[in-house]
Design a protein around this ligand. Structure first.
Ligand code: T3D
Length: 259
């Protein structure tokens, strides 16, 4: 379906796997196009209620493809970012379905940034996460300045970004960068268990809370209370709300349809 990402849908979960394994899934222009198209396909497919972003082979992603950067040239990184990473990031943030990063190897530079923009991060102990940019004289991009301090706090975010330290999966979980540590040999089964749980939940409510929670980070309490009033008004009219209450009263497990 796409040249540089593998795309599949199974049991309500769309899996998008960056596929440039010889470079640990370094991201080039073609992959940007395919990632955007794959996220669009997953977002527009009504049967999809959860999206997984991962990498083929040994890594998640090593970030921007350094072999395509012309160090003597006139590359305008600002313009490149606007057309590629930032377009993708904005689109990912607009998706009202949970997005899970499954990280089993290297997540570096903008590869890590993409993982930070996902709603959840599942890692193995063998994962190697590094902000990396400073090692080639750049600042973090693709939203890392926004997400990293919000996840790990300002002090740790500056440390990881300024030193380019490589951390493993266990440390990533301990500092709040990742949600869950998974055994490498059970990665697929555990990702499936996690994503099936998300698929079984009220997807409409997830989308509403995702929007409000991210926006709440730079707004005051009164504003957020107003969004909660409006959001809960909508949720109160959903099929899943009716099903949740009915199932509770009938003392059975709810079957949510995501609407
Ligand atoms: O606008 C713009 O595009 C600028 C924006 C930039 C955003 C960014 O993402 S900047 C950060 C870019 N990424 C990096 O600086 C990371 C570079 N890679 C590394 O530091 C290391 O490869 C890792 C720490 C990620 C992993 O180390 P290790 O020892 O596990 O693997 P390796 O042997 O270094 O890499 C394996 C192969 O992948 C190797 O190729 P080879 O020798 O087997 O032919 C290596 O050259 C290649 N590779 C790794 N990262 C990249 C890459 N090739 C192209 N681009 C890469 N980013």
């Amino acid at each position: 379906m796409f040249d540089t990402v593998n795309y599949s849908v199974d049991s309500g979960v769309a899996t998008i796997a960056m596929n440039n394994p010889n470079t640990l899934n370094a991201i080039h222009l073609g992959m940007h196009r395919d990632l955007y198209a794959a996220f669009t396909a997953a977002n527009e497919d009504a049967d999809v209620r959860c999206i997984v972003l991962t990498g083929a082979g040994k890594g998640f992603s090593s970030g921007a493809d350094l072999s395509s950067i012309r160090v003597q040239g006139e590359t305008d990184y600002g313009e490149y970012l606007a057309q590629t990473y930032n377009k993708l990031l904005r689109y990912m943030m607009s998706i009202r379905k949970p997005i899970v990063a499954a990280i089993h190897g290297v997540a570096a530079g903008a590869g890590l940034s993409l993982a930070l923009a996902c709603d959840f991060r599942l890692v193995t102990a063998e994962a190697k996460l590094t902000v990396a940019f400073i090692k080639i004289g750049l600042i973090p991009d693709a939203g890392a300045h926004f997400f990293l301090p919000r996840l790990v706090g300002l002090s740790k975010a500056l440390e990881l970004s300024a030193l380019g330290t490589v951390i493993g999966g266990a440390e990533a979980v301990s500092i709040g960068l990742a949600n869950k540590l998974l055994p490498q040999d059970q990665m697929d089964a555990e990702v499936q268990r996690f994503t099936q749980h998300l698929v079984s939940m009220p997807t409409e409510a997830f989308g509403q809370m995702k929007e409000i929670m991210y926006k709440s980070m730079d707004h005051d309490l009164n504003t957020v209370l107003g969004w909660e009033e409006a959001g809960q008004r909508l949720m109160g009219r959903t099929e899943d709300h009716k099903e949740g209450v009915t199932a509770f009263l009938e003392k059975r497990a709810p079957v949510f349809k995501g609407c």
